[in-house]
Design a protein around this ligand. Structure first.
Ligand SMILES: Cc1cc2nc3c(=O)[nH]c(=O)nc-3n(C[C@H](O)[C@H](O)[C@H](O)COP(=O)(O)OP(=O)(O)OC[C@H]3O[C@@H](n4cnc5c(N)ncnc54)[C@H](O)[C@@H]3O)c2cc1C
Length: 467
C-alpha cells in the first residue's frame, strides 16, 4: 500500500503546502527516525505541514483514508508515540519557532519547538520558562504531559505556564484553549497529552531567572544512604528556589576519581538553585559529608540546560520507568544504591553513559496549582524516582530491559503513592494510563469523547473515548 492508493490522496497532495515524505523519498529514513532507537516503524508518509490549514488537511486526509495517525513534536517520547506503522505521521518540523514578548513575560512557541529554542529566546534576556533538562527534547509532548525541570519548584510545571493554546481539532477547525475559551479542553491539555487535537502554538508565561548556582557533589557509593538522608532532611525546609537530584551507581572515572573501597562508584548530588553560593541553603548542602568533588558554583544556566544533550543523544535504544512518592523510605535508598552499583558493574552497556536510578526533588510551586485544576496528576509528590538505561544491540536490550523490569518491581514497592509521570515511562496500555490519571480518567474520557470520539489520536498515553 502506498499513500497514492489512499482515498482522497490526490486532493490532499494538491492542497498540502508542506513536504510529503514517502518510502521513495531520499529523506524517508531520516524522517521516520525518533529519539528512541528502540522504535523502528515505517509510516506510509511523514507529512510536514507549514501552517494550520496544512495540519487540518492532514488530519482530514488520514481520517478519510482510514489509516492510523501519529503527531510528532520532536519525537522524544520514550514509548515512540510520534511514529506510526503503515499510517501517517504529522511531523511539526516547520513549527519550531519560539518568540519572546519580554515586556509582558510571555513566549509563543510553535507546535514543534525544541526546548533549546525556547531557552534561546528567553535566557539571554534574563527570563525563563520552566521546562525540561535536555535542549533537543520537544516542548509539545513535554508540556502537554506536564513538564518537569530544574525550575519547577520555583515556577511550577511547564503546563502551569500555559496562557492560550491554538489547537487544530480533528474536525479541521482551528480553536483556542484558555481559562475562558474551551476551558474543558484547556484543562485536559494541561497533562492529558496529545489526545485531543494538534497544538500549533503555545502561549506561555515566563519568569525572571536571576543568578544561577549549580554543580555536583560526589561521594563514595558506600555513603549513598547517609548522604541521601541528609539531603532529604535538608530538602524538607529548603526554599523553592533550590532543587536537587541524587544519582546512584555513577562510575567514578566519569569525574576522574578512584574509590576502590566503593567499587569505583559514586553517589552524586546535583544542585540547581536560583540564587548564589552565599545563600544559606547552598552552604548547608555543601556541608553535608565530605564530598570527593564539589563543583557547585555560580554558573551559566544555558550551559546547564545543554549539559546532558550529548549523553542523551538520539539513536540508541532506551527503556525507562518512573514513579512518585511523598516520603522516601530508607529501604528505597538502599535499593536504589545497591541496584545501581550492580547495574554499573554487571549489566550496563559499555557504549552508553547515563545515570541509572535518580531521585529528584519536586514540590514547591508545583503544589501552588490545585490537583483538580489540571489533568496532570500527582502534585502531592515530593520526590520522583526514575530508572533509565540505554542499549545498543539486541542482546544488550534483552539483558537490560529485563533487569529494569525486575528491579522496578522492588523499587516501586517502596513508594507511598500509586502514580507516575506520563512522560517518563516506556510502557503503555490501558492499565498504566488509568493509574496515571486516577480519579481524573473519567473526566478525561468525557472530554476525549467530545474532541476525538473515534480515538483517531490513539498514539499517546491513550484515553479511551466513552463507548
Ligand atoms: C532526552 C530526554 C530528556 C527528557 N527530559 C525531560 C525533562 O527534563 N522533563 C520532562 O518533563 N520530560 C522529559 N523528557 C520526557 C519528555 O517530556 C517526553 O519524551 C515528551 O514526549 C517529549 O516531547 P516531544 O514533543 O519530543 O515528543 P513526541 O515524541 O514528538 O510526542 C509525544 C506525544 O506528544 C504528542 N504531541 C507531540 N506534539 C504535539 C502537538 N504539537 N500537538 C499535540 N500533540 C502532540 C504526540 O502525539 C505524542 O503522543 C525527556 C525525554 C527525553 C528523550
Amino acid at each position: 500500500m502506498s499513500i497514492d492508493q489512499l482515498s482522497g490522496a490526490a486532493a490532499f497532495q494538491k492542497a498540502f503546502r508542506g513536504d510529503i515524505i514517502t518510502p521513495s523519498s531520499a529523506s524517508y529514513e531520516d524522517a521516520r527516525k525518533v529519539w528512541n532507537g528502540d522504535i523502528d516503524r515505517r509510516p506510509l508518509a511523514v507529512v510536514r505541514p507549514t501552517n494550520d490549514q496544512d495540519v487540518s488537511a492532514a488530519l482530514q486526509f488520514a481520517q478519510e483514508a482510514g489509516v492510523p495517525l501519529a503527531i510528532k513534536g520532536a519525537g522524544h517520547s520514550y514509548a515512540g508515540h510520534s511514529m506510526v506503522e503503515k499510517g501517517i505521521t504529522i511531523d511539526m518540523w516547520n513549527f519550531q519557532q519560539a518568540e519572546a514578548d519580554l515586556a509582558n513575560h510571555r513566549v509563543k512557541a510553535g507546535g514543534g519547538a525544541r526546548l533549546g529554542a525556547v531557552d534561546n529566546a528567553l535566557v539571554p534576556h534574563g527570563q525563563v520558562m520552566p521546562a525540561g533538562v535536555v535542549s533537543h527534547t520537544g516542548m509539545p509532548g513535554l508540556a502537554l504531559g506536564g513538564g518537569v525541570g530544574y525550575n519547577s519548584r520555583s515556577f511550577g510545571l511547564t503546563c502551569d505556564q500555559f496562557i492560550r493554546l491554538k489547537v487544530v481539532l480533528l474536525t479541521g477547525e482551528v480553536v483556542h484553549a484558555s481559562e475562558t475559551e474551551n476551558p474543558d479542553l484547556f484543562w485536559a491539555l494541561r497533562g492529558g497529552g496529545g489526545n485531543f487535537g494538534v497544538v500549533t502554538e503555545f502561549e506561555c508565561r515566563t519568569h525572571d531567572l536571576g543568578p544561577y548556582t549549580w554543580g555536583f557533589l560526589a561521594y563514595p557509593s558506600s555513603q549513598s544512604v547517609e548522604i541521601s538522608e541528609a539531603v532529604i532532611e535538608l530538602a524538607r525546609t529548603a526554599p523553592r528556589a533550590f532543587g536537587v537530584s541524587i544519582s546512584y551507581g555513577i562510575p567514578a572515572q566519569k569525574f576522574g576519581l578512584s574509590v576502590p573501597e566503593s567499587r569505583d562508584t559514586l553517589v552524586t548530588v546535583m544542585v540547581y538553585h536560583r540564587g548564589t553560593p552565599e545563600d544559606d541553603i547552598i552552604k548547608k548542602v555543601k556541608a553535608i559529608g565530605k564530598p570527593l568533588l564539589d563543583t557547585v558554583e555560580i554558573n551559566d544556566f544555558l550551559t546547564l540546560q545543554t549539559m546532558s544533550d550529548e549523553k542523551a543523544k538520539a539513536g540508541i535504544g532506551w527503556y525507562m520507568k518512573s514513579g512518585y512518592t511523598k516520603e522516601v523510605k530508607r529501604d528505597l535508598l538502599e535499593w536504589m544504591s545497591e541496584a545501581s552499583v550492580d547495574y554499573t558493574l554487571n549489566v550496563s552497556s559499555p557504549h552508553v553513559e547515563r545515570d541509572i536510578y535518580t531521585l529528584q526533588l519536586l514540590g514547591g510551586a508545583i503544589q501552588d496549582t490545585p490537583e483538580e485544576a489540571t489533568a496532570y496528576t500527582g502534585r502531592e509528590a515530593q520526590w520522583h524516582s526514575a530508572v533509565e538505561c540505554g542499549f545498543t544491540t539486541p542482546a544488550e536490550r534483552e539483558r537490560i530491559v529485563s533487569w529494569i523490569q525486575e528491579s522496578w518491581k522492588t523499587n516501586s514497592s517502596y513508594f507511598d503513592m500509586d502514580a507516575s509521570y506520563v512522560n517518563l515511562n516506556t510502557d503503555d496500555g490501558d492499565e498504566p494510563v488509568k493509574k496515571i490519571f486516577g480519579a481524573k480518567y473519567a473526566r478525561l474520557q468525557e472530554i476525549k469523547s467530545t474532541y476525538d470520539p473515534n480515538n483517531v489520536l490513539a498514539l499517546n498515553w491513550n484515553i479511551k473515548p466513552l463507548a
